[in-house]
Write a new protein. Structure first.
Length: 50
């Protein structure tokens, strides 16, 4: 029962990627001030293909 509920929860949280989808990633790093800072961002652009 717990295994099924966990599996369903994970399946709903995972993204479905298609072969024509695009993933854009950006990473930035700066030095100085209070120390090195890093940031990253990703964007999933969905295609209209089935």
């Amino acid at each position: 029962m717990v295994e099924k509920a966990t599996s369903d929860l994970i399946s709903r949280q995972l993204r479905n990627f298609q072969h024509a989808d695009i993933i854009i990633g950006l990473e930035a790093q700066v030095s100085g001030g209070i120390g090195p800072q890093r940031s990253s961002l990703s964007l999933h652009v969905y295609s209209n293909e089935p």
